[in-house]
Design a protein around this ligand. Structure first.
Ligand SMILES: [Zn+2]
Ligand SMILES: [Zn+2]
Length: 119
């Protein structure tokens, strides 16, 4: 008679396994809409625009111009996250160093240099 317990146990295990499998697929079905929503969110134009802007900012070098000292007359012109060229900066601490500059800052520095030299 002891042998009769085995099929029962197997049935119980099979049943438990089936229930577990069902629970997992239930959970997956419950999670999936959230994943789909996330995927849809990432494809929405306004979200894409934010992501693309963040990516662009990450690629860009910051302008390290010391605007207030280098060109105090044109303070508001700096495109802080759009450094396009490398310029020279005279630092009392480090001497002449290369620093990334944005286009407006580079122009303002050049104009100031020119004005200083010709006066
Ligand atoms: Zn500047
Ligand atoms: Zn700048």
């Amino acid at each position: 008679m002891a042998d009769q317990k085995r099929p029962e146990l197997a049935d119980t295990l099979a049943e438990a396994g089936r229930k577990l499998g069902q629970a997992i697929s239930d959970a997956m079905n419950r999670i999936r809409p959230a994943f789909d929503a996330l995927g849809e969110m990432a494809n929405r134009p306004e979200v894409r625009a934010v992501v693309e802007r963040a990516e662009k900012l990450a690629q860009h070098r910051p302008c390290l111009c010391f605007c207030l000292r280098a060109h105090p007359e044109d303070r508001g012109i700096c495109e802080t996250f759009d450094a396009v060229i490398t310029g020279q900066h005279n630092s009392e601490l480090l001497g002449e160093i290369d620093i990334p500059l944005c286009a407006p800052c580079a122009a303002a520095r050049a104009a100031r240099d020119f004005a200083r030299r010709s006066s």
